[in-house]
Design a protein around this ligand. Sequence first.
Ligand code: FA5
Length: 340
Amino acid sequence: MDDKLAALAAEVEARAQQVRDERELDELRTSVLGRKGGRLSQVLAGLGKLPKEERAEFGRRANEAKARIEASLEHARRRLADAAVEQSLARRYDVTFDALPPHRGSLHILRQTLEDVASFFRSRGFAIVMGPEVETEYYNFEAMNIPADHPARDAMDTFYVGPRTLLRTHTSPMQVRSMLAYPPPIAILVPGKVYRRDALDARHAFVFHQFEGLQVDRGVTFAHLKGFVTDLCRALYGEDRRTRFRPSYFQFTEPSAEVDVSCAVCEGRGCRTCGGAGWLEMGGAGMVHPHVLRAGGYDPETYTGWAFGLGIERIAMVRNGIDDIRLFTENDPAFVEQFA
Ligand code: FA5
């Protein structure tokens, strides 16, 4: 019996030195000290068969063996714990390693587009002016030669915010406001938000951006308008892009034209983006109507001028192949970050 106890204690001591992790240590502990089927319990079960006088001595030896076994296991547990600490201390940190780049914001694609437009106008000596988004009926319509009850008002379904007060439907009211503020000659760019009760679809928003170009001086002709808009379209879309002026009608210009640019997707052959036309409508243009010049305090006998109003979303769509105007305002990072 004694031999068995000593052999078991020696075996446990040797195996405890070999265990590599907590799991192996637990397995060893259970196999030796487990109440049911543990190897120490099995040896102790023979106690009853011993003659009485040998039992006390055997009990003492059994306790010794158990203490030795427990000490071996405890020793192994400490060895594993120390190794874990050593391992964590041995981990090296490279303090010179580059941190993850911080997330950087960028200008929204509409702002980038507007900046390109603005730099073109600035390079030609135009001033940039801003106007109110809450506008009076007078500047939005009457001063633009669109009297009350005129059917042209229906074409720009309007959000009213009070009696004779509305959210401007175009940037054109700044024509008369600017003429009243500055004596001729005048050359301005007016960018800004405009509002219309248009039904939302892939090409129409009810809040969108326009910019108005206006130049009034002695001897300004339609040729100046055409040259300016053609150069602007080349600057925005590239040298290959063609521009065309289609006869049109606006109350506040005479003559009037619609400005189209050849479709970048199909190079003018006709595709889904341009609705098969080969051309995309950019905005309206024309020679400032004498009534409008007069409302601005300019003498139409002395001064002539051109004006045009283009949609900024439409330009950004054509330049970047964006096929839905709603993408600009949905703030989807996957969309926004493409243009960062
Ligand atoms: C006007 O707003 C005139 N004030 C333009 C003008 C100015 C003509 C000066 C002559 C002289 P129009 O309603 O066509 O015109 O709008 C101009 C452009 O705004 C359109 O060609 C289009 O690019 C854009 N636009 C119009 N409605 C919407 C809409 N709901 N969503 C997005 N863009 C629009």
